[in-house]
Design a protein. Structure first.
Length: 134
């Protein structure tokens, strides 16, 4: 059966459906090995970028480190299930193509820093349980 609340998907890679606080849909690649949640440049067309700044940064990974240009956005919020993910600062860079799909961003392990990310594969649901939630 189709579940309209489904927010956890898998097509070659796991990804989550989120919205911003205005209801705009976003698709984030799920990478719990990443330390930080971020955006890809394509998502900037869906967001208010009037207070954004462009910066140069050095990013590192398994392949080494490199210098990139990135856009820094402030006070962004996304809805995951029944929780609001608030970011004082979030960066956007890169094209967002992961295997066969284009994504708006990447969800990293930072979203579960003060809680637990629960992935229900059978029902296609992802929920964040903050420490202290019942």
């Amino acid at each position: 059966l189709f579940n309209p609340d489904r927010n956890f998907h898998f097509i070659s890679v796991p990804f989550l459906s989120l919205t911003d606080t205005l209801g705009t849909p976003f698709h984030f690649f799920l990478d719990t090995g990443s330390n930080a949640t971020g955006l890809f440049k394509s998502s900037l067309t869906k967001l208010d970028t009037s207070n954004a700044t462009n910066k140069t940064a050095i990013v590192g990974g398994a392949g080494g480190a490199r210098k990139i240009r990135q856009t820094e956005l402030y006070q962004q919020a996304f809805i995951l299930g029944s929780h609001c993910l608030n970011f004082d600062k979030i960066h956007a860079h890169g094209e967002g193509k992961v295997y066969l799909m284009y994504f708006d961003g990447i969800i990293g392990s930072d979203v579960a820093r003060n809680g637990t990310l629960i992935l229900d594969f059978r029902n296609g649901l992802c929920e964040l349980k903050k420490d202290g939630d019942l």
